[in-house]
Structures are given as structure tokens and as C-alpha cells.
Design a protein. Structure first.
Length: 574
């Protein structure tokens, strides 16, 4: 049983499940796009298959956590659309099916909170964009503009009672995509500038033992390592002494010393007194070395035996990130932090949580226990941590852990995952008032992920979303054709403050372009191609065939892409 209810210009449909009847009543046969954002992957897949059968031209945006399944499903649905509608053009096909994960979309912003400063990172196909916050410059200083200024932070950013990212109008709110006059006039306000960074890290390890081996330092304890080092030094000293006393060749002197050490040399009964003394010292050293070697063997065996188990936080660990929760969000954030080589200690209550195998494979120290119980955060070395990421699915658990962590370390950097936006604002303001010198961030996964899903419904390639306080900027790629706001205009003329701004130009020809800039970049199989041009001249005239990367607000992107193009009935140039 279902019912429809008008809500402004929208219509709300209530149904127990997204079955054939519900989708028919919702008008899927005539719809331009359908977003399936149920928490259950199976429900989304079932509804997507029904919708594609009913409307082959329908633009599908599907929320799936399973990446591999999402890739196969996207290929299947696109193939179905091609067979059902042979006249489907390339532009409609490219925007036909989009599989997104809210965890993947929100992970860069959540992980960036743990990095020094409050940088936001968007990465796609070798493209790495970093939105870095700049504090107001002192008198006489010149601020670094980066590639461009994305936003002016709200006037209450440095006010403990200010609301982070308030949506109120006026000087309180952050100003997105300001022009040069606004930037020059906004004295005393922080800025967010865009930086382009190329990733030059080491290639990932491959092979069956990748991620399974233990570092050499973890095989032996510090005492055993010092004992072995001392024994080696003593052996070298005896070899040098034997060389000096006997006058033998250095290699022969070292060889004889080792034989004496293991008591397999002939007694030096007919040798000089110095040689006899050296043999006795070597034998004694060999007896002392024997228990050290046995201890080293047992420690190495114990380390390999526990390599498949969770590690405990090391005794001297400090400057790390404490990550609470290894669900689907926490798991992706953990992977991202380790890619950045940030030390992490995880805390998880459920011994069967989905992120524990990843923590075990990456050798990440993990504490199993309820974070609200006494002693759990202490076991994670919260008193020496650099930041706390509270990413469990319970708002109250995240808040309780944050309050306790702040009581232990008042200046601890904290990021909370809070679902309710009003509750998140209230928590943020209270924590800022109580701890004005500490960095506090409240993040909603749905708020961070929603712009990417909304943009994909418009058939556009969304490279990522950058949070600006509690607002969001979208980084998107689109072809200029069919957009009068861009086509035939210079880069300077195409810039609309507060709405959108062209950042880069894809220098590749249409035949050489990658169909999806957000897809993984495989250097070993992809042919070389021109990259993105960031230092665009303001007077460059955008041609219809150009593909550009731009930053846009949600309303700006909707305005820019909401008009039908003169080149076809479909929306947008793809």
C-alpha cells in the first residue's frame, strides 16, 4: 500500500519497498533519473534492475558499498541499455549508470581532519586537489593564493561561540567562490585556497605476501636487539685483537675467532699465551651468546605466529590518530589514513566488525572494547594522540568518547560523525566554547555525500566534494558544448562568483580523453596522454569540444547544468 503526498513542487511517495508497483506509481517510465540510496545493497540492486527494464533511457545513480560488485553492475546495466535502445547516443550512455559509495565520497574529508591543518583532499585518476585553509595574514604579509581562492571562511571561525558553517546570511556565513574584490575586502578572515599536488608515492606492494609480513623491528624486542648488537661487537673486537696478536691474515683471524666462538676449533695448547686467552674469551662469549640466540628464535617464532592477530598499541606510541569504529565508513577512512602513512590506533567494540581484517592485514594496532568503558581509550594511548576520529554509527557514543577524550587531553583535535545536522551544530558550538584552543569538527556522512549523488543524477561526472565549514563545494568535469554560460566565453567571463569557476582544462583531444576522470588510473596499461592544464590564461576562449574541471556550489551546478542543450534532447553535453 502506498500513497503520494505533494511537498511544494515535489511529490513524496510512501511504500514498503521499491518494488515494481512502487516504481511504476513513482513514474519511473517517464523519469529522467532515479537515485537508489537504501542502506542495503541488495535492495538497491533489485530496484535498479526493475527500473532499467522499465526505462532503458533512465539515468541511474546507485549507492553500493561493494566496489567490485558496483563495477560489474554498472557494466551490466549499461549493456542492457544499449541492447534495449540501439539509438542511445554516447552522451546518454556515459551518464546512464553511476555507482557511488557514500563511504568513498565522504572518506577524503573525514581523513583530512586528522592531517595537520584542516586540508580537504579530492583524488581521482592521478588528479589530487587539496583545499588548504589559510589563516588571516598578519600586517605586511602576502597571503599565498594557491591556484585560486575557493572560499572566505565565516567571520565566526575564530569565535568560540560561532556556528561552524552556519547557513545564515550575512558576514557570519562562509563566502564560496569569491571574486578578487571580495578577497581583497575581506580583511581578518581566513581563506580556503586550491592547491594541485601530484602523487609521487611508492608503488603499492604486490604478491601473495603483500601486507602480511612483519617489519624487522617487530621480530625482536629492544633488549634482544641490543644483546645481539653487543655480541657482534664483541666478536669483532676479538677478531681484531687476534689479528693484531697473531699477525695472521685478517680474514683467517676472523675465521678462527668464529670457530672458537662455537667451540669447534682445536684447543690452542701449543700456541702463545695470548692466543690461549683469546680462545678462552671466545668460548665464554659463545656460551653467553647461546641464550640470546635462543631468545631471538623464540621471539621471531612468536611474532610470526601472531602476525595474523591484531596488534596492541606499542608502548612508546605518540602523535597518532585514534579511530573509533571500523564499520563501512571507518574502514575506508582507515585505508585512506594508512595510504598517507599516518599512524593509527583503532578502537572497535564488535570483534566481527568488517574493518578488522583490514586492520589485521595493515598491522594497525587495534583495541577491542566498548569505547564508553573505562580504560579503553587509555589503552589506545589517547593521552599522547594527535587526533580523535569518532566514526561509530551512534551519535551518543561519539559524543561521549569525545567528551572523555577532551577531559584527558583538552587540546586534542577531534572530528565527530554526527547524523543530525542541528545536533551537530549544537555540539560544535558547545565544544568550541568549552575548548576554544582545540580544533573541533562535526561531520555528517550524508551531508558530505549528498552533493555527489545529486550531481550524478544530473548526469555529470563529480570528481569529489570539498567541505567548507558546513557547506560543500563540488569538483566536477564537463564538456563545454551546450552550455551558453561557458561556450564561446573566456575563462574570466565564465567565472560567476558564488556559483562556479573554471579550474583546469583537459588538454587531451576528444579521442584521447579518458571517459571517466574519477576512475582508477593504471599507469602500466594506459597510454600516455596530455594532462590537465591548471594555469589557464583568463583570456582563453572556451571551445565547444573543450572539457573543463570546475568548482561549483550545489545551486550553481544545478543552474549551470539544468538547461537543455541545443544539440539534443538530453540534459547536458555528455
Amino acid at each position: 500500500m502506498s500513497a503520494t503526498q505533494p511537498v511544494g513542487i515535489l511529490t513524496a511517495l510512501e511504500a514498503l519497498t521499491a518494488d515494481d508497483a512502487a516504481l511504476t506509481e513513482a513514474g519511473v517510465d517517464r523519469a529522467a533519473a532515479l537515485a537508489l540510496v537504501y542502506d542495503d545493497d541488495e535492495t538497491n540492486i533489485r530496484a535498479a534492475l526493475i527500473a532499467r527494464r522499465r526505462n532503458p533511457r533512465l539515468r541511474l545513480v546507485i549507492r553500493l558499498y561493494n566496489r567490485k560488485l558496483g563495477q560489474h553492475l554498472e557494466e551490466l546495466l549499461d549493456q542492457t541499455a544499449i541492447l534495449a535502445t540501439p539509438a542511445l547516443d554516447a552522451a546518454e550512455l556515459e551518464a546512464s549508470t553511476t555507482v557511488l559509495s557514500d563511504a568513498d565520497t565522504a572518506t577524503p574529508a573525514l581523513a583530512a581532519t586528522a592531517i595537520a591543518g584542516s586540508s580537504k583532499v579530492v583524488q581521482a585518476d592521478g588528479l589530487l586537489l587539496r583545499a588548504a585553509e589559510r589563516t588571516p595574514p598578519s600586517r605586511g604579509e602576502v597571503a599565498d593564493p594557491g591556484l585560486c581562492t575557493l572560499a572566505l571562511l565565516s567571520a565566526t571561525t575564530n569565535d568560540p561561540a560561532g556556528a561552524e558553517g552556519s547557513d545564515r546570511s550575512g558576514d557570519e556565513a562562509p563566502l564560496l567562490l569569491p571574486d578578487d574584490r571580495d578577497v581583497a575586502a575581506a580583511t581578518g578572515r581566513g581563506t580556503v585556497v586550491l592547491e594541485a599536488v601530484s602523487y609521487e608515492g611508492p608503488p603499492p606492494r604486490t604478491g601473495p605476501l603483500a601486507g602480511r609480513s612483519a617489519p624487522l623491528g617487530s621480530l625482536f624486542s629492544r633488549r634482544v636487539r641490543w644483546s645481539i648488537a653487543g655480541a657482534v661487537a664483541a666478536v669483532l673486537a676479538l677478531a681484531v685483537t687476534s689479528w693484531i696478536v697473531t699477525g695472521d691474515d685478517p680474514r683467517h683471524a676472523a675465521y678462527v675467532t668464529v670457530l672458537d666462538l662455537f667451540a669447534i676449533n682445536d684447543p690452542a695448547t701449543d700456541e702463545q699465551p695470548a692466543r690461549k686467552i683469546l680462545q678462552l674469551l671466545s668460548g665464554a662469549l659463545g656460551m653467553l651468546l647461546l641464550p640470546v640466540m635462543v631468545a631471538a628464535v623464540f621471539e621471531a617464532l612468536g611474532t610470526f605466529r601472531t602476525a595474523s592477530q591484531l596488534r596492541h598499541p606499542p608502548r612508546g606510541l605518540h602523535g597518532h590518530v585514534v579511530l573509533l569504529g571500523l564499520g563501512k565508513i571507518g574502514t575506508r577512512v582507515l585505508a585512506r589514513l594508512r595510504e598517507l602513512d599516518i599512524p593509527v590506533v583503532c578502537v572497535e567494540q564488535d570483534p566481527e566488525a568488517r574493518g578488522l581484517p583490514l586492520a589485521r592485514r595493515l598491522r594497525v594496532p587495534t583495541v577491542i572494547g566498548d569505547v564508553t568503558e573505562e580504560g579503553v581509550l587509555e589503552a589506545a594511548k589517547i593521552d599522547r594522540a594527535h587526533a580523535l576520529l569518532a566514526l561509530t554509527s551512534s551519535d551518543t557514543t561519539n559524543l561521549e568518547a569525545t567528551l572523555y577524550a577532551r577531559s584527558v587531553t583538552p587540546d586534542l583535535r577531534v572530528a565527530l560523525r554526527l547524523y543530525d545536522d542541528d545536533f551537530a551544530t549544537a555540539v560544535y558550538r558547545t565544544l568550541r566554547t568549552a575548548h576554544p584552543n582545540a580544533v573541533t569538527r562535526s561531520r555528517s556522512v550524508s551531508t558530505l555525500a549528498a552533493p555527489a549523488f545529486a550531481g550524478a543524477m544530473m548526469g555529470r561526472q563529480i570528481l569529489g566534494a570539498i567541505p567548507i565549514e558546513r557547506r560543500v563545494l563540488l569538483i566536477a568535469a564537463l564538456t563545454v558544448v551546450g552550455h551558453p554560460q561557458l561556450e564561446g566565453r573566456t575563462v574570466a567571463e565564465a567565472f560567476r562568483p558564488g556559483a562556479w569557476r573554471v579550474l583546469a582544462l583537459d588538454a587531451a583531444t576528444p579521442d584521447e580523453r579518458r571517459p571517466d576522470l574519477a576512475s582508477p588510473h593504471h599507469h602500466e596499461t594506459d597510454s600516455p596522454r596530455p594532462g590537465l592544464v591548471w594555469d589557464l590564461h583568463p583570456g582563453y576562449v572556451l571551445q565547444p569540444h573543450d572539457r573543463v574541471v570546475l568548482a561549483a556550489t550545489r545551486h550553481g551546478l544545478a543552474e549551470l547544468l539544468g538547461r537543455p542543450t541545443p544539440h539534443g534532447s538530453h540534459r547536458g553535453p555528455w
